[in-house]
Ligand binder design. Structure first.
Ligand code: TRP
Length: 374
């Protein structure tokens, strides 16, 4: 049996460079590798609604944005099935059955869910400074790891390429698969997580130097940003606050511009854009010694990012002219995804012995039984 990929994103905003290094570029590579029999890329609108119940329009409007970002990065709908989670209702049914295999206590221990409950102000014992205290945690939100197990198993995914924040979800999915298979017999495929390789790529910091690029922090470079927006964001990026004059020695650690260079810079970029240096190590050494200004390094980073982003931006402009066509792609993808999930659901129902009408033996046996009591 061939390998199958399932992964996805919540449509709560446009995708940014953090998504690109953390997942999008990887997906395109995996698609190009030809090593995978099937690839499913899901726009997780139902999951987005678990903590946006009061904001359906945000989710609705962002589906097209995420789809545009996917296509412009090179996800090819001929080779990767792009679909919308809510359009595959089989996923809900699977989740309902999996709920019986997970305890409340186990969900409460899920570190990502724990952190997110704090972050979103759902907890009733949150800290004072949390601005948007809410009355409690929605059950749907609390149980989204189970719904994620449905997403993964419905497509018989062997491989789930995600960021390290998703590790607890894959672990929980694996437990569900193990439990299901031991109770009902070998049915579900055991998935494996695939983490990003390069450590600078694992989590790209925001342009302000904060640990994570995130829409809510307003520190993102979006794939859909114009060249001028990208330039401005880079020029105001966080560097080394102690590096005031060009002559001063500068720090590399925690210097966001250099973290980005670690993630994006390749040998050939020097010959092209900064021929005075032959490598990133040489550039870093000069910065540490002093005598290298931030602006020069930032211009170099801008050149590198533009080389990457300009073609993506251009493809996006092209796709933006055919929104109807993109909805057609999403509809076809969702139909294909649905067929796949329905087939897994049939296996699950059979394994759980809730396939009554298909079980001639059951009906015949019970009929026979009652005939004898006549
Ligand atoms: N939780 C993921 C995120 O926030 C999105 C997601 C939903 C997902 N279902 C998934 C990722 C299944 C991988 C597999 O980014």
């Amino acid at each position: 049996m061939g390998k199958v990929i399932l992964t996805g994103d919540r449509p709560t905003g446009k995708l940014h460079l953090g998504h690109f290094v953390g997942s999008l570029s990887r997906r395109v590579e995996l698609q190009e590798s030809g090593l995978y029999e099937k690839i499913f890329i899901m726009i997780a609108d139902a999951q987005a609604l678990t903590d946006n119940a009061d904001n359906p329009d945000k989710v609705r409007e962002n589906i097209i944005e995420v789809a545009l970002d996917y296509l412009s990065c090179g996800i090819d709908p001929e080779r990767s099935t792009i679909f919308i989670q809510s359009q595959v209702p089989e996923l809900c049914e699977l989740a309902f059955y999996y709920m019986n295999l997970v305890t409340v206590q186990r969900l409460q221990r899920n570190p990502t869910v724990k952190a997110e409950i704090q972050l979103r102000g759902f907890s009733d014992n949150g800290s004072e400074e949390e601005t948007q205290q809410r009355p409690g945690t929605p059950v749907g939100f609390f149980t989204y790891p189970i719904s994620q197990a449905s997403d993964i198993t419905a497509f018989r995914a062997t491989t789930v390429p995600v960021g390290d924040d998703q590790e607890p979800m894959i672990e929980q999915t694996r437990e569900i698969v193990h439990k299901f298979n031991s109770v009902y017999g070998q049915t579900l495929v055991m998935p494996e997580i695939m983490l990003p390789e390069n450590c600078a790529c694992l989590r790209l910091p925001g342009t302000d130097g904060k640990a994570k690029m995130s829409k809510s922090l307003g520190n993102c470079i979006y794939l859909s940003d114009t060249s001028e927006e990208v330039r401005k964001k880079i020029m105001s990026m966080y560097t080394d606050p102690g590096h005031l004059r060009v002559e001063d020695p500068g720090k590399i650690e925690g210097n966001t511009v250099f973290t980005y260079l670690d993630a994006f810079c390749r040998e050939e970029h020097f010959a092209k854009y900064l021929p005075d240096y032959e490598s990133l190590d040489a550039l870093k050494a000069h910065y540490r010694r002093g005598g290298l200004g931030d602006v020069k390094v930032k211009k170099f980073l801008y050149a590198i990012l533009e080389e990457l982003l300009a073609p993506i931006r251009e493809r996006r402009r092209m796709y933006e002219q055919d929104i109807e066509g993109i909805y057609r792609i999403l509809r076809l993808g969702s139909e294909r995804a649905r067929r796949e999930a329905a087939s897994t659901l049939a296996d699950v129902r059979r394994a759980m012995r809730i396939d009554y009408f298909d079980d001639a033996e059951l009906i015949a046996r019970q009929a026979e039984n009652y005939k004898n009591t006549k």
